[in-house]
Design a protein around this ligand. Structure first.
Ligand code: BG6
Length: 470
C-alpha cells in the first residue's frame, strides 16, 4: 500500500459562506439592496435571502462555534452594499464597523480570515447604471477594493477577488445575480467578463502595492472535463468545453491573457468583447499569489456534430447541467458516477485530476474555497443531525486531496461549503451544506438556533489530529 504524504502542518482547515446567503439583515444599518433581494420570481417554495441564517445578529455565537470546531481559517465574503450602499457613493460607517468586529472576533479566536470581496452581490444602484457591462462598475469595484484594503488590509492575509466569475457568466443571468440590458445578452456577458477581469487585475496590483505581505487570488469554479470516450472527436469536444468553461477564466486571471481557443469561440459567435486601449496591459500587470477554486463535480462532453441535434444552451441554472452546442460539445452524464439528492454528480477522483490540471498549467499554490454536499438534513430529538453521508463525501474528497499532495501538488488549504447552513443559490434552505445546523425552514423562521451536526465532530477530530479520522 502506498504511503500518502501528510497534510502540511500549517494547512488552512476552514469552511466557507457568502454574505447574502448567511447574513440576513438585508436592509439594516444602511445596507443597500442587491438584485437578489428584490427578485420576485424565486424558484417556487424557496426562501428569499432577507433573514438567511441571521448571522449579522449572531456572528459572535457563530464564531464561537467555529472556534470550538477548531477552524484555522474561515472564508466569508464582505457585502459591497454594506460598505458602499449604492456601490460608488458614500461609505457606510456601520458596514465598515461590522466587518471590523467580525474580523477581530475571528482573530481573537486564532481563526485566519479569508475574505471574498465579491460573491454575487452587485449593489443594485450599479445595475441601474448599466451594471458590469459599464466601466462605471469596474471603477466602483476598484474603489471598493481600496476601501477594504485600507480598512482591513493589515488584519487580513488572504484575499479572494471574485467568486465563481465563470459561473456568473455562464449561469448568473438565470440565477438573477447578473443583470444584462442589451438584446444580445451573450455578447454583453462577455463584455461583463472582460470588465470584471480588468477590475480584478487592478485590485490584485493594488493589494500588492498597499500590503506587500498579503496574498490575493481568483476563485473560479473549476471542473475537470472528461471526453465521453476515446473517440478523437469526443476528446476535441472535451477540450473545447475546457477552454470556455475553465481556462478562459484562469488564463486571464493568472497569465493576464485570453485563451486562444476560447477567443476563437467568442469570435465565431460574435461575442468577443470590446478591448480598449490599455486593457491588455492592465490584464498583464497583475499576478495572483495563489489560485483558489471551488470544486463540486466534473463534466463529461461528447462530440456534437453540426446538424446532429445537440441541445441548445441549457435554460437550467443547475451547475450540473452544462451547455451543449452543435459544432462544439454536448454534455452527457457520466455512467460511472453517483449523484447527490439534487442531481449533482459526485466525483472525488475528479477532484484529484482537477488539482493536477490546475497545478500543471500554472504552478501556483492552490486553496479549495468550496466543495461540499447539499442534502436534506434532519434535526433529530437528540439535537443532532446524523449526516454520515456528508462525512463520507468529505472524507472521499480529502483522501483525493491527500493523493494530490502526494502527487506533488502544493495545496494551502481546504474550505468546504459551508461552515453553517445558508440559503442555497436557487434551491432554498432545504438544500443544506453546513457543519452547523440552523433551525429554520423555508418560510418558518422558528428560533434560528444552532446545532452541531455529526460532521462537526468529525471535522473537529480531523483538524485536531491533522489526519483523516479512521
Ligand atoms: C457555488 C457558490 O456555486 O456553489 C455558492 O459559490 C453556492 O454561492 C454553492 O451556494 C452551492 O450551490 P447551490 O446552488 O447548491 O447553493
Amino acid at each position: 500500500h502506498k504511503e500518502l504524504k501528510p497534510f502540511p502542518q500549517d494547512f488552512l482547515w476552514s469552511a466557507s459562506t457568502s454574505a447574502y446567503q448567511v447574513e440576513g439583515a438585508w436592509d439594516e444599518d444602511g445596507r443597500g439592496p442587491i438584485a437578489i433581494d428584490l427578485k420576485k420570481d424565486l424558484p417556487e417554495g424557496t426562501s428569499d435571502y432577507k433573514v438567511a441564517a441571521d448571522q449579522y445578529h449572531r456572528y459572535k455565537e457563530d464564531i464561537a462555534l467555529m472556534a470550538e470546531l477548531g477552524f484555522r481559517a474561515h472564508r466569508f465574503s464582505i457585502a459591497w452594499s454594506r460598505i458602499i450602499p449604492d456601490g460608488d457613493g458614500e461609505i457606510n460607517p456601520k458596514g465598515i464597523e461590522y466587518y471590523h468586529n467580525f474580523i477581530d472576533e475571528l482573530l481573537a479566536q486564532n481563526i485566519e480570515p479569508i475574505v471574498t470581496m465579491f460573491h454575487f452581490d452587485t449593489p443594485i444602484a450599479l445595475d441601474e447604471k448599466g451594471g458590469w457591462a459599464s466601466r462605471t462598475t469596474t471603477d466602483a469595484f476598484v474603489r471598493y477594493a481600496e476601501v477594504l484594503f485600507k480598512e482591513y488590509g493589515s488584519k487580513v492575509k488572504y484575499w479572494l477577488t471574485i467568486n465563481e466569475q465563470n459561473m456568473m457568466i455562464l449561469h448568473g443571468h438565470k440565477l438573477g445575480i447578473i443583470t444584462t440590458t442589451s438584446d444580445d445578452p451573450d455578447k454583453e456577458l462577455y463584455q461583463i467578463n472582460h470588465n470584471m477581469f480588468l477590475a480584478q487585475a487592478k485590485t490584485m496590483a493594488m493589494l500588492h502595492q498597499m500590503h506587500p505581505e498579503a496574498k490575493i487570488g481568483p476563485a473560479p469554479n473549476i471542473s475537470y472535463v472528461y471526453p465521453a470516450s476515446s473517440k478523437p472527436e469526443d476528446v476535441i469536444a472535451a477540450d473545447n468545453y475546457n477552454a470556455v468553461r475553465n481556462w478562459l477564466y484562469l488564463d486571464l486571471a493568472v497569465r493576464g491573457e485570453y485563451n486562444t481557443l476560447a477567443w476563437a469561440y467568442l469570435e465565431e459567435h460574435g461575442w468577443a468583447p470590446t478591448i480598449e486601449e490599455g486593457d491588455l496591459e492592465i490584464l498583464k500587470s497583475a499576478r495572483p499569489d495563489f489560485i483558489a477554486f471551488n470544486y463540486y463535480n466534473t463534466t463529461t462532453m461528447a462530440d456534437a456534430p453540426l446538424g446532429g441535434g445537440a441541445s441548445e444552451r441549457s435554460e437550467d441554472a443547475d451547475q450540473q447541467i452544462a451547455e451543449g452546442e452543435e459544432g462544439y460539445f454536448k454534455a452527457v452524464s457520466n455512467p460511472h458516477l453517483q449523484m447527490t439528492d439534487f442531481g449533482w454528480e459526485i466525483d472525488p477522483v475528479g477532484m484529484r485530476m482537477t488539482y493536477r490540471a490546475i497545478w500543471d498549467r500554472y504552478r501556483l499554490p492552490l486553496i479549495v474555497t468550496e466543495n461540499g454536499l447539499g442534502a436534506f438534513d434532519q434535526l433529530t430529538d437528540d439535537g443532532r443531525v446524523h449526516d454520515d453521508y456528508r462525512i463520507e463525501y468529505l472524507r472521499k474528497h480529502l483522501e483525493q486531496t491527500q493523493e494530490a499532495i502526494t502527487d506533488g501538488v502544493e495545496i494551502l488549504g481546504y474550505s468546504p461549503w459551508t461552515a453553517i447552513d445558508v440559503v442555497s443559490t436557487h434551491q432554498g434552505v432545504a438544500k443544506r451544506y453546513g457543519f452547523i445546523y440552523v433551525n429554520r425552514d423555508e418560510f418558518d423562521l422558528k428560533d434560528l438556533a444552532r446545532y452541531r451536526k455529526d460532521s462537526f465532530f468529525w471535522y473537529q477530530q480531523l483538524i485536531q489530529t491533522n489526519e483523516l479520522p479512521p
